[in-house]
Design a protein around this ligand. Structure first.
Ligand code: NAD
Ligand code: MG
Length: 371
């Protein structure tokens, strides 16, 4: 096993697992998965885009390790996280003869990880699953922490389960085929970890942005490891989001409203919403006198340099007015007793959770479209 491969531990008692980060993990998956298997067979769930690009390498590695495999390719896109596809997938898993103790592999982005993890949690009341995330977003965020689920007409991720994988293989080589826009959307979540509680990491990102974007494997590995360590620590402290796990929603209350305003479409993807949302969270923190203005400037400058949107004016199409946006924020599932939860910051790396945000300051911020 290569020295370039790093390990992050997710410490959750008997549900603990390792995240492996580095190049060629798909091509070597057999050797990482074999020790986890009760019998030499797995099933692979992927989407059609990823199947065309990365399934052959995974299958070859499993063949070399003498592991039998079946695979299903789901339609790509957020629409696949739905009851109909969950049913189809669950029935397919049963038809392939999946038993308790068998391993289901999610090979793909967050859509495949969320759907597969949820199916694994309910089929035969729970079969083992492994995550092989292939987008930057899924490597630094969705594959870590055990939230799985699907969308319903009532909203995103409203039906699901906490269900931890047995292992995560975050293969930096998979990122080489990822479209730039998807890479940047994932990068917004990387920046988030710096902003939450690690100013030194944010400093490092400022210096190493170009290496990460251009594909430097060592820089990407470092950024993914730091992100996973950060998320793992927060999840270990609060697996079911009773308190500190909410910090991971920095930028997400604003971002969610912007995604909703753009119809949760490809026009404006999640990571782009998070980028604008984080810039707005820092602006609001400055307006409330909590955060030095220069920190908000640094955040916006960095997002801009990465090529991410960071202003309301960057959101394509017409947006609702401030009142409309605040209403959309209220539909976020993080609302408790009708009160919005905000993640604000006392500076870069000093985020905190609050339910008491001055409504007038919030409205004023959202009325000012150029910020
Ligand atoms: P995605 O899974 O839709 O992948 C984005 C696109 O990239 C898809 O078209 C996919 O086919 C393609 N793709 C994937 N890997 C590729 C590769 N290596 N090369 C080329 N194309 C590739 O989206 P995503 O951004 O990975 O994940 C978004 C989902 O993750 C959302 O449903 C969101 O709710 C969920 N999410 C979950 C959590 C969690 O904690 N469970 C956290 C964050 C996000
Ligand atoms: Mg997110």
């Amino acid at each position: 096993m290569s020295a370039d491969v790093k390990t992050v531990q997710v410490a959750l008692g008997e549900r603990s697992y390792e995240i492996k980060v580095g190049p060629k993990l798909i091509a070597n998956a057999g050797q990482y998965l074999k020790p986890l298997l009760r019998r030499a067979r797995v099933v692979i769930v992927t989407d059609e885009n990823v199947a065309a690009l990365h399934l052959p390498a995974l299958e070859k590695s499993l063949d070399e390790a003498g592991i039998h495999h079946d695979a299903i390719g789901m339609p790509p896109g957020e629409g696949t996280k739905c009851f109909a596809e969950l049913q189809r997938l669950s029935e397919w898993l049963l038809e392939t003869g999946v038993e308790r103790g068998d391993l289901v592999i999610a090979l793909g982005g967050g859509v495949i990880g969320d759907l597969t993890g949820f199916a694994a949690s309910i089929v035969r009341r729970g079969v083992d699953f492994a995550q092989i995330p292939t987008t930057l977003l899924s490597q630094v965020d969705s594959s870590v922490g055990g939230k799985t689920g699907i969308n319903t007409p009532q909203g995103k991720n409203l039906v699901g389960a906490f269900y931890q994988p047995r292992i995560v293989l975050a293969d930096t080589s998979a990122l080489e085929t990822l479209p730039k826009r998807e890479l940047l959307a994932g990068y917004a979540e990387v920046v988030k970890y710096g902003l939450i509680n690690d100013r030194t990491f944010f400093d490092w990102l400022e210096v190493n942005l170009d290496r990460i974007v251009s594909g430097d494997v060592a820089a990407r590995t470092y950024a993914i490891v730091k992100s996973c360590e950060s998320k793992a620590a927060i999840v270990a402290a609060d697996e079911r989001e009773s308190n500190v796990r909410a910090l991971l929603n920095l930028g997400h209350t604003f971002g969610h409203a912007l995604e909703a305003a753009t119809g949760f479409s490809n026009r404006f993807v999640h990571g782009e919403g998070v980028a604008v949302g984080m810039a707005l969270a820092f602006d609001l923190s400055v307006r409330l006198g909590l955060c030095p203005g220069q920190d908000a400037v640094r955040v916006r400058r960095h997002l801009e340099r990465a090529g991410l949107p960071c202003r309301l004016a960057d959101v394509p199409g017409e947006l609702p007015n401030a009142k409309g946006l605040i209403e959309l924020m209220g539909q976020d599932k993080k609302v408790v007793d009708g009160k919005l939860t905000f993640i604000l910051a006392r500076g870069i790396g000093e985020a905190f959770i609050t339910r008491n945000v001055d409504a007038a300051a919030l409205r004023a911020l959202l009325e000012e479209r150029e910020t």
